[in-house]
Ligand binder design. Structure first.
Ligand SMILES: [Cu+2]
Length: 334
């Protein structure tokens, strides 16, 4: 794992990816917003088309060429989240960084795989209120993401469009080979309940709000799906990750919009995770090269904090992603 952290030192040498041609300019307004809808608001045709495009990313060759062991652009996306797992969680830039990752994923679907729609989200509250997680239609084997793991040691999923997915990047290194696992857990799916969301929505300070959203609304989807999704670093190997994080991003956007004058550009929070929290999930602290690179002058996340996704899309700052309708994110939620 150590070698990964060293690679960050040579960030400035990364070649510009193919996506830079289509990536927007910070500060400008987006003229054609991506309307992000609940998975359940998509037609069957739209659902099938999204699943096709998601499979396309898994089979698409790498585009940065700079990640050892990556066999696909899916592996590259996986790597950027795993590699920074001890740096993009439990910090003030947790929500902005994941907003940019979801946007990067949406751009990849559109530019590499011809997807014409926007990134959908998983309405976890609706599913929680309507029945147990294993009955949620989003895990349908045909027009969904496939179902639960097999309950064995590996926990590999048994059906659906991603049952043959092999992941190559892990916490341990870049030459892994493992299946997409899940282990549904209804008792932690209760964290997705309405009162946990309302508790966060009434927070007035960003530093309180992000921690609140992180705790239950965010943890619910990860822990309830389990397996790959249950790992803080490897979770984005499961295609449902991007619908879960779009859902979380929508909550944050609703919070921002509830008091735009004060919240649109509100940031803060620590910019390096407390080691006590990292210890709980078995992660070392981020290397100095990451911390030095972050654009903040102190130990707090600021508007200048740099969001890096391994050059798949260009570096932007926290300020660039705060307005959902700006040219970087270019989205709206229904
Ligand atoms: Cu994450």
């Amino acid at each position: 794992m150590t070698a990964w952290w060293f690679q960050l030192a040579s960030l400035s040498l990364l070649t510009v990816s193919t996506l830079s041609l289509v990536t927007p300019h910070p500060g400008r307004r987006c003229t054609s917003l991506n309307t992000r809808k609940s998975w359940y608001a998509l037609s069957k045709l739209e659902q099938a088309e999204y699943l096709r495009a998601a499979r396309c990313l898994i089979n698409h060759p790498p585009i940065t060429g700079s990640i050892e062991g990556a066999q696909s652009v899916w592996d590259e996306l996986h790597h950027t989240h795993i590699w920074q797992g001890n740096y993009i969680h439990y910090v003030g830039h947790f929500l902005p960084w994941h907003r940019y990752l979801v946007r990067t994923h949406e751009l990849l679907l559109q530019t590499l795989c011809g997807y014409m729609g926007a990134q959908p989200y998983w309405d976890e509250l609706a599913d929680y209120e309507s029945g147990p997680i294993d009955e949620a239609a989003i895990f349908d084997p045909v027009l969904g993401f496939g179902g639960d793991g097999d309950g064995g040691d590996d926990g590999c999923i048994q059906d659906g469009p991603f049952r043959d997915l092999t992941l190559h990047i892990s916490r341990e290194g870049n030459h892994a080979s493992y299946c997409l696992s899940r282990a549904f857990n209804q008792s932690v799916f209760t964290w997705a309940n309405r009162s946990n969301i309302e508790e966060c929505f009434v927070k007035t300070e960003y530093d309180d709000a992000w921690q609140c959203y992180n705790q239950y609304p965010h943890s619910a989807g990860h822990a309830a799906v389990g397996g790959v999704m249950g790992d803080p670093c490897e979770s984005n190997g499961d295609p449902i990750f991007y619908l879960h994080h779009a859902y979380l991003d929508r909550m944050w956007w609703q919070w921002q919009q509830a008091d735009e004058a004060n919240r649109l550009t509100a940031v803060g929070g620590v910019n390096v995770p407390p080691q006590a929290i990292l210890d709980l999930v078995g992660l070392p602290g981020p290397s100095a090269s990451v911390v030095d690179y972050n654009g903040d002058e102190g130990d707090t996340t600021t508007l200048r904090h740099v969001l890096w996704v391994h050059g798949i899309t260009p570096n932007v700052t926290v300020a660039d992603v705060l307005d959902l309708g700006g040219e970087v994110i270019c989205a709206t939620y229904e």
